[in-house]
Write a protein that binds this ligand. Structure first.
Ligand code: ASP
Length: 341
């Protein structure tokens, strides 16, 4: 006879006290509504409140005591640095409390990975923090939001989730914020961790962990946002055939402290933009090479300039570079951070 996986309520029934999980809602499709059940586009994101989201999943009560708070209610294309700082500060405050076991953030999927990686670098606790969202609005047939919320709370309530850094949970997958990225603009199963793989999965809504990430996170980083109201400006510029150096000049003129090059291939920079990138570096801008390829490692190459983005995709490299610039402008130290986190 095969051992069966318990349901999440069976797991929770075994433990005496239910953990408390704080759900912080920020908007997105998971809180979105449309006129028609068939609509998976053209809906309005960020409509449902945090309380309404929780109320849509009655079985949450079997998993944890859940509290709900609204941080903002926006589409994640409109997430900005002030919201990131507000969210992270609130999470750090909540996790200091003995009666809070973990946090779930509901978020639009478009920039979810950026918020998740930011939190992965600035949360100062080893308690679980899980970011989730949905691809279908709450009014759609087969809406994925309720299941994703239940799974996210199950992970945040799990003692096994402690110390793994911030996690992204959707569609039965548990991914690390360091590696998880949105891979498809429309598909339900869009969040993947290319090459690195997921941390684990959920079966019967029970988290089953399989791997750890070696990159450092949360309490192991030097980033302290508690006193910050702003973050350094870092832009991302894309590499393509016949690309234009004037975009780099514009970033410098607009006071970017950092630029991430979403370079072609393994972070290659064309002869069309290299003089402008050199000029930016000479003016004190910290440049990081990344790749537009979707995944991969950036090797050293004397033909190009800038720090190496390791395996960070451009949007994650930008998050790390912003935080690095709050601590140092020393390129050697920032390079080490790019390899460490
Ligand atoms: N545009 C939405 C957002 O990121 C998409 C989603 O949530 O899936 O807020």
């Amino acid at each position: 006879m095969f051992a069966s996986v318990m349901t999440v309520s069976q797991v929770m029934a075994q433990s005496s006290a239910k953990p408390t999980v704080a759900v912080l809602a920020t908007g997105g499709t998971i809180a979105g509504t449309a006129a028609q059940q068939s609509q998976t586009t053209g809906y309005k994101p960020g409509v449902l409140t945090a309380q309404a989201l929780i109320a849509s999943v009655p079985s949450l009560g079997e998993v944890a005591n859940v509290t709900a708070e609204q941080v903002v209610n926006v589409g994640s294309d409109n997430m900005d640095n002030p919201i990131l700082l507000k969210l992270a500060k609130r999470i750090n405050t909540l996790l200091q409390r003995d009666d809070v076991s973990g946090v779930v953030v509901t978020h639009g999927t478009d920039t979810l990975e950026e918020t998740a990686y930011f939190l992965n670098l600035v949360v100062k606790s080893d308690k679980p923090v899980v970011v989730t969202g949905s691809m279908r609005p709450s009014t759609a047939i087969g809406a994925d939001g309720p299941s994703n919320i239940l799974q996210a709370v199950a992970v945040a309530a799990s003692p096994q989730a402690k110390g793994r850094g911030v996690m992204v949970v959707l569609n039965d997958r548990i991914g690390s914020a360091r590696f998880t990225t949105k891979t498809d603009a429309n598909a339900l199963d869009t969040f993947k961790s290319p090459e690195a793989g997921d941390l684990g999965r959920l079966v019967n809504q029970v988290p089953l962990f399989e791997t750890q990430v070696a990159k450092r996170h949360t309490v192991q980083t030097p980033f302290d946002i508690s006193q910050l109201d702003t973050l350094p400006k870092v832009d991302i510029l894309y590499g393509y055939q016949n690309d234009s150096g004037y975009l780099y000049d514009a970033a410098v003129q607009n006071h970017a402290q950092g630029i991430v090059v979403a370079g072609v291939g393994a972070g290659s920079e064309s002869n069309f933009v290299l003089p402008a990138i050199r000029n930016a570096i000479q003016k004190g801008v910290v440049v990081v090479r990344s790749t537009r390829a979707g995944s991969g490692y950036i090797p050293e190459d004397d033909a190009y300039v800038g720090l190496l983005g390791d395996t960070l995709n451009p949007q994650k490299a930008r998050i790390l570079l912003m935080l690095a610039l709050t601590v140092t402008h020393d390129p050697a130290k920032i390079q080490q951070m790019l390899h460490t986190f």
